[in-house]
Design a protein around this ligand. Structure first.
Ligand code: HEM
Length: 392
């Protein structure tokens, strides 16, 4: 790590966190907690100006020969800085045609192009690749609710990754292999962990603190001329690999393929590669149905197909839990309590709340294989497989 990167990172792990925390506490102490404008402006300017000094030095230094890990890490650090400027309304993409921070934008674009990702921080920076030093991971603030959110996101993401890893390993050995059953059970257990961690998050996270003091750091912002949506816990390939390997979502579905294209550059390159690979595979659901006619009475088929259906059910349950519990409690309800003019830009991805909720609902119903006339789900195929093994 170069001296300039080390100094920037040192600042980001200390003074930056303290200043953001102080600002959050000031905003939160108001009756109208969503109000940011005119509050503690000298602190906001201090964040902007101190960060700027590091950015200018880094830009002059160039970051061409430090290797992927350092470039990826610096991209995240820069992203945290820019997201904080956005959160404190020192920039707002709705009011500007380009970012008012040309040096930070130039540095971000330079690194992003070399790494192969969007020029902003993404989930991996704060979750799967967030290195703790002496017990402390990177964050915007030192608020307990931010740590809760980050840590449970990270646990959930790793659990989804374990499930997708187990399912991927079935591909070379085949669905009739005795060990395929072990892998299906591994995937089921990993999804049970997702459910457990989501339950903990639901019980422990404070709604107002999350909504007013954590979520605003995930707003879209501009880098150069373009606006980039905020990060969300879904920006890793494992969740989509599970979708497609199970056969609950299909890469040739227009809605779903759009989602894949949109999220591709928000993921680290290794995830991008594994997602691409997965898009070319035949789903396990199709593989079971391919041989169902001749094998439905075989003990392996009955056992493995039952375990497979259990995994599908659990995956659906994680999606229902995300939408019906987490999104409802932590986003939908507090949004409805806000005045209409403050509602815009509540979400990380940018679209208006109803649009966002509808699209998350579509994903939930695909994963639950619900019978719907307006979108394609795997309802018929799942029911067919159930009939083959005599399940209701
Ligand atoms: C996307 C809310 C925690 C997985 C989203 C989106 C929202 C949201 C609103 C849509 C994109 C956006 O605007 O951000 C929440 C809330 C959470 C939470 C309020 C808790 C307080 C989690 C956790 C996971 C997760 C713990 C599991 C790792 C996902 C996934 C997506 C997503 C996979 C992408 C869409 C999809 O494929 O379903 N989340 N989320 N979220 N979130 Fe969460």
């Amino acid at each position: 790590m170069s001296k300039n990167v080390e100094e920037f990172e040192g600042w980001l792990r200390t003074a930056f966190v303290e200043m953001n925390t102080e600002l959050e506490n000031r905003y939160f102490a108001q009756d109208a907690r969503e109000n940011v404008v005119g509050i503690a402006d000298p602190i906001k300017h201090q964040i902007r100006d101190e960060g700027h000094q590091y950015v200018v030095r880094l830009l002059a230094e160039g970051n061409t020969d430090e290797g992927f890990d350092h470039a990826f890490n610096l991209l995240g650090d820069l992203g945290l800085y820019m997201a904080s400027l956005r959160r404190h309304e020192l920039t707002n993409p709705a009011k500007e045609e380009k970012s008012p921070f040309p040096e930070a934008s130039a540095l971000g674009m330079q690194i992003a192009a070399s790494v192969g990702m969007v020029p902003r921080f993404s989930t991996a920076h704060l979750a799967t690749h967030n290195q703790a030093i002496n017990g402390r991971q990177k964050s915007f603030t030192s608020l307990n609710d931010e740590y809760l959110f980050l840590d449970y996101n990270t646990r959930g993401i790793f659990a989804f990754m374990r499930a997708s890893d187990a399912l991927t390993r079935i591909l070379p050995i085949g669905i009739s292999h005795p060990v395929a059953l072990t892998l299906l059970n591994d995937a089921a257990n990993a999804l049970r962990d997702v459910i457990k961690y989501n339950d903990c998050l639901f019980d422990e996270l404070d709604t107002d603190r999350f909504f007013f003091s954590v979520r605003p750091y995930y707003k879209p912002y501009r880098v150069g001329r373009h606006e980039y949506r905020g990060a969300n816990a879904g920006d890793f390939s494992g969740i989509n690999e599970i979708d497609m390997l199970l056969g609950l979502c299909n890469a040739n579905d227009p809605y779903y393929s759009q989602l894949l294209v949109d999220k591709m550059l928000f993921m680290p390159p290794a995830d991008q590669a594994s997602l691409r690979d997965c898009m070319r595979r035949r789903s396990l659901l199709s593989q079971f149905l391919d041989v169902a006619e001749e094998s439905a009475k075989e003990p392996w088929f009955i056992e493995n197909a039952s375990a497979f259906l259990k995994v599908c059910k659990l995956h659906g349950a994680t999606a229902a839990q995300h939408h019906d519990r987490l999104v409802t409690r932590f986003i939908e309800k507090p949004s409805k309590a806000l005045p209409a003019e403050k509602l815009t830009q509540v979400t990380a991805s940018g679209p208006p709340l109803e649009v966002l909720l509808r699209s998350l609902e579509v994903l939930r119903d695909m994963r639950l294989a619900v019978k719907r006339d307006d979108i394609r789900t795997s309802y018929n195929d799942i029911e067919k497989l159930k009939r083959y093994i005599g399940e209701k």
